[in-house]
Design a protein around this ligand. Structure first.
Ligand code: DX5
Ligand code: ZN
Length: 221
């Protein structure tokens, strides 16, 4: 799979979501941040809103669940229309069981790691997941600075996936911009979430194209 760009609607206008989603229609995915004010100190949206977003979005939806009890909730986001469901390892009782449930519903199964969580926790079960999200900021808020000390996680995960012969997607979320995307791509990341960089741009589609081109050129052969 080539480079993919996934704008985060956390930086969109929540009173004009359909309009703002249409303004990033050349993206590969739409990243929807679900926060419950428990797993993270912020609150966004839940199942009914995600369901309508999935109905109107020209791009497939990746639901990033920053919530407690994903064992219970993650499958419901697949049923509500998310093509990919990303849940946090730190919140899960049985991450492999959640991934199996998601795949059984026809969704892509993705696990997210907070900055303080080592990649070792998923290495033994890499084939159970379609994507690993490496948080490159502390989850909860947009507009934070990229944490360069997360780059070795992509290198380690890419090497492990190649050794396992597994087409694992690696996603970065937090602080992705024209200034940081080349280093992240060079480390082995192929799916890039960008909130403020895309929605803060005057020409959002041009920004998506620019980010995609920068990452494609920086990606290891
Ligand atoms: C933060 C969210 C991100 C956020 C990224 O917890 O998971 O998706 O929207 O925002 P930027 O791209 O502005 O760092
Ligand atoms: Zn996110």
């Amino acid at each position: 799979m080539g480079i993919q760009i996934s704008p985060s609607i956390l930086a969109a206008d929540f009173a004009n979501l359909e309009r703002d989603i249409a303004s990033v229609a050349n993206a590969d995915w739409l990243h929807v941040d679900v926060m419950d004010a428990h797993f993270v100190p912020n609150l966004t949206l839940g199942l009914p809103v995600l369901e309508r977003i999935a109905q109107v979005s020209p791009m497939p939806v990746d639901a990033h669940l920053m919530i407690e009890d994903p064992d219970h909730w993650a499958p419901k986001y697949a049923e509500a229309g998310a093509t990919s469901v990303t849940f946090h390892y730190e919140a899960a009782k049985d991450p492999v069981a959640i991934a199996k449930d998601l795949r059984a519903l026809g969704a892509r199964a993705s696990v997210a790691l907070k900055p303080g969580t080592d990649v070792d926790v998923v290495l033994d079960h890499l084939r159970e997941f379609d994507m690993v999200l490496v948080m490159t900021v502390e989850p909860g808020f947009g507009g934070q600075s990229f944490m360069p000390e997360m780059l070795p996680k992509f290198t380690a995960l890419r090497a492990a996936a190649e050794a396992a012969g597994h087409d694992l997607w690696l996603q970065s979320d937090g602080g992705v911009s024209r200034d940081t995307i080349e280093d992240i791509a060079a480390a082995g990341c192929d799916v890039f979430v960008a909130g403020s960089a895309v929605f803060g741009a005057d020409d959002r589609e041009a920004e998506i194209s620019a980010l995609r081109d920068l990452a494609a050129r920086a990606r290891p052969a």
